[in-house]
Write a protein that binds this ligand. Structure first.
Ligand SMILES: [Zn+2]
Length: 98
């Protein structure tokens, strides 16, 4: 279950529920409640944690190499268990190693 953001929560408690804010205690209580919410901290991304997707751009060969490992599920006669795939994102040249 969600909750209001800090200013809405504060105003809701203060004006809708009619609870008086004595010495700023209500303000601090609402602020602490929203700040320390474990669910919000777990699922809401702050500005620092937001990394939008963007294209990878390499200005010259070998500047950026993409790689992946493919598991074959079996061991070959030579003892290989998978394939290492390397791709130069500038030239699209591909290397395959077992
Ligand atoms: Zn929350």
């Amino acid at each position: 279950m969600g909750h209001f953001s800090f200013p809405y929560l504060y105003n809701y408690v203060k004006f809708v529920l009619g609870i008086e804010d004595k010495n700023g205690k209500l303000y601090k209580l609402c602020n602490d409640e929203v700040k320390n919410c474990l669910i919000c901290g777990k699922y809401n991304e702050g500005r620092i944690g937001f990394h939008p997707r963007k294209s990878i751009f390499a200005e010259y060969p070998m500047k950026h190499i993409a790689f992946d490992v493919l598991s074959m599920g079996k061991t070959s006669k030579e003892g290989s268990v998978g394939i290492l795939i390397l791709i130069d994102t500038f030239t699209r040249y591909v290397w395959l190693y077992t």
